[in-house]
Design a protein around this ligand. Sequence first.
Ligand code: DX5
Ligand code: ZN
Length: 229
Amino acid sequence: MALRISPSILSADFGHLVDECERVAGSADWLHVDVMDNHFVPNLTLGLPIVESLIAQVSTPIDCHLMISDADRWAPGYAEAGAQSVTFHVEAASNPRQVARDIRAAGARAGMAIKPGTSFADYEDLLPELDMVLIMTVEPGFGGQSFMEDMMPKVRRVRELVSAQDLHIWIQVDGGVSAKTIEVCADAGADTFVAGSAVYNTADPVAAISDLRALAQGATSSSWWCNHA
Ligand code: DX5
Ligand code: ZN
């Protein structure tokens, strides 16, 4: 069963972003880039010009997590710029189906994120439009927060839906994912793992990724959902 580790550069040194990305090249499957607008979330990071530079200079594919208002207007531009995966928040989109279609039409994988307080039940019919569902395991906005284990039933439910419909949709978790929490995520049904502080706030990010991958693989192979995925 394929799984993916996507280190979040939110915890990297922003003064040396390209070097920080290349430190994990060959080890990370994706690079998770958190775009925040100080409107949808109370924090500000980076936007399209920096994402474009990273796409041009970094060898690992870019997994853009857009924590920005008016996803309808802004999300397709990240796909047009060449991000291989673009995830918008359903809470920030007036027409999530159209946003997903626009992202795909621009050549990227379409991801849809939901905040901890948002139920997935209202959006189940959108699954065929999506390549990934991101279930937030913290309130979006900051790295280094505590993992919300009470989001695991949501992960399980999305996994059930994806398996039942035989869809090839990745299920991503983001927030507080670490060596202590990644197994419970994999067991619930996640197959794509964002980790910021657990990778970049360590002396050896490559070793941290390899440890996370081994833990996730072990938990996946003994999980309830693995043989049905
Ligand atoms: C939070 C971001 C995360 C963040 C995760 O809103 O979406 O991607 O970088 O950081 P950790 O892994 O430290 O919780
Ligand atoms: Zn993120």
